[in-house]
Design a protein around this ligand. Structure first.
Ligand SMILES: [Zn+2]
Ligand SMILES: [Zn+2]
Length: 149
């Protein structure tokens, strides 16, 4: 699902604010890193091109969550708000954590990723495509029944 618009968000205490305008994909991630860094059972995200994303207030800090990815958080309240590659040439997006977006009801998750890591008690009964890893099929190819197991 692709969206254009003006989406604002920020951390719990308001010290950090951000804005983005172009959503290329959105979904739920079940990986252990998203769970651990958010404290939640899964994490909803929206991927926006790096050039579409800007911090509009404050200065987030970053924690390396893998060798390739880092997550931005508020140094005051600790809210983790977005993920990005440490090397923009490798991945040209920012993955915004939807829980930190002001009107997140306007961006609807379209895929489940890292389903192999899903907590077994988490029952998912929607009809969205699911993949076991972090490589979802492009949105245009998701009608293929093999993604709907
Ligand atoms: Zn904060
Ligand atoms: Zn994840």
């Amino acid at each position: 699902m692709r969206y254009r618009g003006c989406f604002d968000g920020g951390c719990f205490c308001g010290a950090i604010r951000f804005r983005f305008t172009d959503v290329h994909d959105s979904g739920y991630c079940h990986c252990s890193i998203c769970r651990r860094s958010s404290g939640a059972a899964l994490m909803a995200f929206a991927n926006t091109p790096r050039e579409s994303f800007a911090v509009t207030r404050g200065t987030p800090r970053f924690i390396a969550t893998t060798a390739e990815f880092e997550r931005g958080f508020c140094p005051h309240c600790g809210t983790v708000m977005f993920s990005r590659s440490v090397d923009p040439a490798r991945w040209a997006f920012v993955s915004v954590h939807l829980g930190a977006v002001d009107r997140a009801e306007n961006i609807v998750p379209a895929v489940h990723i890292c389903v192999a890591d899903r907590l077994p008690w988490l029952q998912v009964d929607d009809a969205l495509p699911r993949v076991d890893d972090a490589q979802p099929p492009p949105p245009a190819q998701r009608d293929d029944p093999r993604w709907r197991t």
